[in-house]
Write a protein that binds this ligand. Sequence first.
Ligand code: NCD
Length: 355
Amino acid sequence: MRKHHLIDLNDLTKTQWEQITELAIRIKNSPDKYADSCRGKILATLFYEPSTRTQMSFQTAMLRLGGSVIGFDNPQNSSVSKGENLVDTITIVSGYADIIAMRHPVEGAALAGAQYSRCPLINAGDGGHLHPTQTLTDLVTLASEIGDLNHLTIGLCGDLKNGRTVHSLIKALSHYKGMHFVLISTDALTLPDRFKEIIRASSNTYEECCSLEDAMSSLDVLYMTRIQKERFASEKLYNEQKNVYILTPDKLTSAKPELKILHPLPRVDEIAMEVDNDPRAIYFRQARYGVYARMALILTLLNAGVSEPVLKGISHGQHCKNPRCVTNNEPYLKSAFVMDGGLFHCEYCDAPLLL
Ligand code: NCD
C-alpha cells in the first residue's frame, strides 16, 4: 500500500481491497460490533468540490464507528479563500485529525496532499482522474449482489472521458478474469487510451459502441454515468452531449432479467425515474453500500501502521503538459514521471509525458 493513504485503488493489492470489501459486508451484517471502533478518532472531510453522497457517507461512516468529524465543504469559508495553498492546508489539518478524506477539482491533488500529510489521506475524487472510494463502493455492491466478479460483461455508458468513477472502476475490474467491457459513449466522450491499454494489458477485452440499445441484451452490469458538465470547456460543448443517453423502461425490454443497473449518482436525466422501480435498478442500494465501504476503509487505514515515501517517480527535467494536473496548479510541487507500459506518465495525473 502506498503509505497508509488511498490515492488510487491500485495502491492496494487485489487481496487487500477484497479484505476491505469483505470487512464492509461484515460491518453491514453486524454494525453494532463496530459502533465504538473509532471512539476518540477524528475524520477531516476537505471538499473543494461539491458532493452529497461521498462527503456525507464518509461523515456517516466515521460517526457510525463512534468517531467525530471536522472539515469544510465550501473552501470559500476556509483560508483557501485567503490564498492558502493545498500543502499548507493539509499540513495543518493533518495535525488536527487522524484521517483525511479530500475531494479536489485538480487531477493529482490527492497524491500531492498525501506527500505532506501526517495522517492517512483518502482520495475522495481528484478532478476527472480517479475516485477509488466510489470503486470500493461499486465492488462491495457487486460482491453483495452478484458474488463472483469474474466473467462479467459490463457496459459503461455516458461520459467515459471525464468520469473518474469509470476510470477507477476499469482499473479495478481489469484485475478480474474474463471481463468484457462495453464502452458506450459518443465519439467526443470516449474512454482515454490509457484505460483501454490497461484493459488490453490485463488480457480482458472491450468493444466501443455508441448505441445503448444495441449493447443492452449482452450485459450483466450496466454502469450509467452523468455527463460531467463541470469538466467541459464551454456550455455549448456540454449541450451537444447532454441527453444523448437516457435509460428508459422500454430500452430495458431486451435486457437480461438478472441485469444489475448501477450509477454512482447524482443522476441528471440519464436514467428516467420510471426505471427506479425496476428490480434490476440497484443504484440507491449502491449508495448505501458506500457507507459500509468507507467504514471498512477508515478502519483499515487507521490500523495500517508505518509510512513509506509517497512519490516513486523522477522529474527528468520535464513538466506535465496536462493543464488540469496539480503540478501546473500548485507550482511548488516537483514533477515526477513513472514508466508504465513502455511510456513515461505523470505520477500525479497519469497523463503521458509528451516530449
Ligand atoms: C461521482 C463523482 O463525484 O465523480 N459521484 C459520486 O461521488 N457519487 C459521479 C458524478 O459526479 O457524476
